[in-house]
Design a binder for this molecule. Sequence first.
Ligand SMILES: Cc1cc2nc3c(=O)[nH]c(=O)nc-3n(C[C@H](O)[C@H](O)[C@H](O)COP(=O)(O)OP(=O)(O)OC[C@H]3O[C@@H](n4cnc5c(N)ncnc54)[C@H](O)[C@@H]3O)c2cc1C
Ligand SMILES: NC(=O)c1ccc[n+]([C@@H]2O[C@H](COP(=O)([O-])OP(=O)(O)OC[C@H]3O[C@@H](n4cnc5c(N)ncnc54)[C@H](O)[C@@H]3O)[C@@H](O)[C@H]2O)c1
Length: 471
Amino acid sequence: MQRIDLLVVGAGSAGLVAARTAAGLGARVTLVERGRPGGDCLWTGCVPSKAFLAAAAAAHAARSSERFGVHADVRVDLDAVLAHVRRAQDRIAPVDSVEALRADGVDVRTGTARFTGPGRAEVDGVALRFRRAVLATGADPVVPDLPGLAGALTSDTVWGHAGPLRSLVVLGAGPVGCELAQGFARLGTAVTLVEANDRVLPGEDPDASARLGAALRRDGVDLRLGTPVTAVDGGDVVLDDGTRLPADRVLVALGRRPAVAGLGLDALGVALDDTGHVAVDDRLRTSAPGVFAAGDVVGAVPPGGAAPFTHVAGVHGSVAATNALLAPLRRVHHAAYPRVTYTEPEVAHVGLTAAEAGPGARERVLEHAHVDRAVAEDATEGVTRVVLDARGRVLGATIVAPRAAEMLTELTALVARRGRLRDLAGVVHPYPGWGDGVWNAALAELGDSLSTPMTRLLARTVVRARRLGRP
Ligand SMILES: Cc1cc2nc3c(=O)[nH]c(=O)nc-3n(C[C@H](O)[C@H](O)[C@H](O)COP(=O)(O)OP(=O)(O)OC[C@H]3O[C@@H](n4cnc5c(N)ncnc54)[C@H](O)[C@@H]3O)c2cc1C
Ligand SMILES: NC(=O)c1ccc[n+]([C@@H]2O[C@H](COP(=O)([O-])OP(=O)(O)OC[C@H]3O[C@@H](n4cnc5c(N)ncnc54)[C@H](O)[C@@H]3O)[C@@H](O)[C@H]2O)c1
């Protein structure tokens, strides 16, 4: 039996990039996928959720257009919305298809992979031998073992919903819960969002949570914060304070767990961390020689935390494949990777929050009431918060705004390169773009750094001297 140079398990964002990278390096690569190539991002995650939110944004824009002097009647057909979601998926699917992968030089096997020992695996009973491997099996939604929760929707199943949906209780106000709660509310469903913590997006800056919470309430979402769910009983969601919330359907968005069950990691000698993810170092090496891991199956990579996002999975796939096949020289940098929750407003974050940065850090805060584009679009509730060290270098940033994802990118570059915020002041931004939020913060930073008693005295002296020197 011929040994494969690289065996990649899982054809999601991480595995697809790993397999294509390996093929590009001239390796004999086999990619095993038990479902359809494309993984969570294409079939159950980013693509359907963003297509869904686009429809929700259209409904909201039409409904709230009166303030611009535009009058519209809005009627939502949820089946047609979900048909739009499927069309978006169908348009992207060919890029990740088995045919496209084979054309790129990847040997694709459809089936469930299981490791049987070092260098050995089987796919639905067919044995394979390999030199190196990349584990890219992703994660699945967590459905806690609470009474009555078994039939609830998850982010895996909600896209198959048919017919109207009058009321929905969403459990968990992380990124999945907030995005889907807002989407359904804007499309006319009566949504209640239940969160055990006392704020939505508990992992984000508290001010960002407060602003998003207010935006969700404006969309009509009934927020129940600080109240864990304990059961679903006869169609009612029961909270720990005894409240009963009737709902046509319940959507569970209580986190995701790594997909490692039945993979045979013991036989391979791969250790898990204390959260059950595959433990890796910053070169994505697992505890087993020659075995790497990439994407959501990986947990925290110190000094950063976990980064279960598509853009990170892609970077992981590339790093894992080159490290496996060439030499383990490339590192991942979780502490500098951005994340965005695509609600409206978007909540975008990179690096450290003020609380994480500690007492030596300071914040530069720019309210978007001072961003002319935000005023023009009547969307001034946002903010740009930049966390700086004593020398003015950017340690982190959080932006709440309709275009926060795009606004964050230049601050991400500064976090990655340890640059100063004031360095952006000399970079001219087009007016009136959303980028003015970041630019105005940089200009304010530069202005403050130049405005010392000494520089003010110097400027006044020069101006006076010139005045006196004139005829
Ligand atoms: C609702 C939702 C919205 C999201 N939105 C965003 C977003 O806007 N932006 C963003 O960056 N991220 C988003 N994410 C997260 C993103 O989808 C994931 O981080 C990303 O898809 C992870 O890719 P992956 O390759 O690690 O895993 P996956 O995409 O889960 O791929 C793993 C693959 O492995 C296969 N597999 C598992 N076990 C085996 C086995 N034993 N044998 C063979 N095949 C196996 C699975 O079938 C699957 O196809 C979202 C997630 C959700 C749930
Ligand atoms: N835009 C994006 O990038 C995007 C969008 C969606 C999902 N994702 C990814 O998917 C992952 C999973 O997202 P998620 O939102 O499902 O999980 P999460 O872990 O981020 O949030 C789950 C929420 O449920 C709450 N919770 C837990 N137990 C509870 C209980 N009994 N009752 C009420 N609330 C409870 C938690 O406090 C938490 O706020 C995220 O980490 C993210 O990486 C990313």
